[in-house]
Design a protein around this ligand. Structure first.
Ligand code: FAD
Length: 502
């Protein structure tokens, strides 16, 4: 969108029959599902892009703020689980946490204040190209430095503020959005729960996939050609200069190529080894990757008595992360997320029925740590997921009510051109952030650019949109064109955090 708005002639090559990638729409009979993202955060990031390109997001997608944001079911080893409905109303949320432990109610307010300051300091870093520590200094990275504590995990950080284990879990499980354990994820990411409580969680009618088709619609209106079912086999080079892509059996000539495919998969599969220098397949595979997911999408007869989002955390939460990120094995009582959009959105299932999405975080398919035969384990994973639905989620009769079903394992994700099937991309460990992710502009191969979850700022919908602005802005600079954000002049979008509180 941004390149087209800047006046470039743009063609999108999409391997799948539909646009959207991990965020595409899946269908099974009369049921529709989001393939991946279901939590839409910081919608203003995308609103800014639409408005810079001359559109209004609200003309393409209808967004609804969720309250409760989600239900947490937190296992207790010595009694019934704690059920906590979260709300963006900070006073009410503080009361709910105070019922768990009076100290945690008060601590929640200071947590919000502290993270508001933290996000304000980090925002410039999230919006700029970072090629080195020098870049970081020039964009006020120093101001953010006190908040960057590489030695501290999100869980350790929250343990200093909150007294009760359940409160800490309620505010650290969000590391999962990055496919990481809160016991390893850098404390910097305590901004994730803050962002939820500050700016809300949103549901686009029809699901997050609507956002993807909204962008495709906007692109088409601007004259972008979108070729679906058209996989790029490799990027074409003349020496070290990009000259196009090989797709559908022919060379398509282009001056620049922006790779939105899974970054590490693309490095290995689309760029010849002799042009990659130190980025050998082995070096790329040796990096740290996020977890993967087992997915079950169910078309279910009748209604399901669950809110829009429900997250179950077992009483052995920390152990389940060890299973996933260190031991490469399946957990006995997996933490599970269930999405029940039919509770508020009638467009996804026939009247009176439900489109249910079940996610179990599992180890990725990196052979260094995983020897699971996913095709063989598929029935066991299905059984685990159904047992969780009947157990902590309390859905009776689920087996008899299933009308349609789709299952995805890490191997299926890998077959979709995702390296190691790591659904949330390169891990966001401190040594793989900022300039240590894949660069937006390749330093040695002219005309080659990257966007998406492997680049800075990282994985997740709002941040991949930020990465697209960073990359397209740099392409405009290189080509002497005005980026749509810069063309807005005084109407240029405010820094993200400020725009949101306006
Ligand atoms: C199960 C799951 C749940 C998630 N939940 C959330 C959530 O709730 N909220 C959130 O913000 N984020 C969530 N995420 C993360 C979010 O989906 C990703 O960060 C985001 O989709 C990554 O976008 P991307 O553009 O980098 O990659 P992708 O979405 O994977 O897009 C890459 C595209 O490139 C195409 N492609 C690949 N190779 C080729 C080729 N050779 N030729 C042509 N096309 C090719 C692919 O088909 C795909 O369309 C979730 C992800 C998953 C998997």
């Amino acid at each position: 969108m941004q390149l087209a708005a800047a006046g470039f002639d743009v063609t999108v090559y999409e391997a799948q029959p539909v646009v959207g990638g991990r965020s595409r729409r899946l269908t099974a009979g009369p049921y529709s599902f989001d393939c991946g993202p279901t939590f839409f955060l910081m919608p203003y990031v995308l609103e800014e892009i639409f408005s810079a390109c001359g559109f209004r997001l609200s003309d393409f997608a209808s967004l609804r703020r969720l309250d409760p944001m989600y239900r947490l079911i937190i296992g207790n080893c010595d009694g019934a689980p704690t059920v906590l409905d979260t709300t963006q109303d900070v006073a009410h949320m503080a009361e709910r946490l105070a019922r768990i432990d009076p100290r945690d109610g008060a601590a929640f307010r200071s947590f919000m204040d502290e993270n508001r300051r933290k996000l304000a300091r980090l925002t410039p870093v999230l919006k700029q190209r970072v090629r080195s520590l020098l870049d970081l200094m020039s964009i006020d990275g120093i101001a953010a430095a006190p908040y960057v504590r590489p030695w501290e995990s999100v869980h350790q950080c929250l343990s200093k503020t909150f007294s009760d284990r359940r409160t800490r879990l309620a505010l650290c499980f969000q590391a999962k959005y990055l496919g990481m354990s809160p016991y390893e994820c850098p404390s910097l990411f305590s901004i994730l729960p803050f962002i939820e409580y500050e700016y809300g969680i949103w549901h686009p009618e029809g699901g997050c996939n609507r956002i993807m088709s909204a962008m495709a619609d906007a692109c088409t209106r601007m004259g972008v050609r979108i070729e679906t079912s058209c996989a790029v086999d490799r990027i074409a080079f003349d020496g070290r200069k990009v000259v196009g892509v090989h797709a559908a059996g022919s060379l398509r000539r282009h001056d620049r190529v922006v790779v939105n495919a899974d970054g590490t998969w693309a490095m290995k599969n689309l760029i010849p080894q002799e042009l990659r220098g130190r980025d050998t397949d082995a070096a790329i595979d040796a990096r740290r990757y996020s977890c993967s997911t087992f997915m079950m999408y169910l078309g279910v007869r009748g209604e399901v008595d669950l809110p829009h989002h429900t997250i179950y955390m077992s009483d052995r939460y920390e152990e389940t992360f060890r299973d996933i990120s260190q031991l490469g094995r399946l957990s006995e009582d997996p933490s599970t997320y269930v999405h029940n959009p039919s509770a508020i959105d009638p467009t996804l299932a026939p009247a009176g029925n439900s489109a249910l999405y079940v996610l179990l975080p599992v180890t990725n398919n990196d052979p260094r740590q995983c020897s699971i035969d996913w095709d063989r384990e598929r029935p066991r994973l299905r059984e685990d997921a159904l047992r969780q639905l009947e157990g902590p989620f309390g859905i009776r009769d689920i087996r008899r009510r299933i009308e349609e079903e789709i299952l995805l394992t890490p191997l299926d994700w890998q077959r979709e051109r995702i390296n190691h099937g790591a659904t949330f991309n390169l891990a966001h460990t401190f040594d793989q952030m900022l300039h240590r992710r894949i660069p937006h502009t390749h330093p040695k191969l002219a005309g080659l650019h990257f966007v998406g979850g492997a680049t800075h700022p990282g994985s997740g919908l709002p941040v991949i949109f930020l990465s697209s602005t960073i990359a397209s802005r740099h392409i405009c600079e290189l080509e002497g064109k005005t980026h749509p954000f810069d063309a807005m002049g005084s109407a240029a979008p405010l820094p993200v955090a400020l725009a949101a509180v306006r």
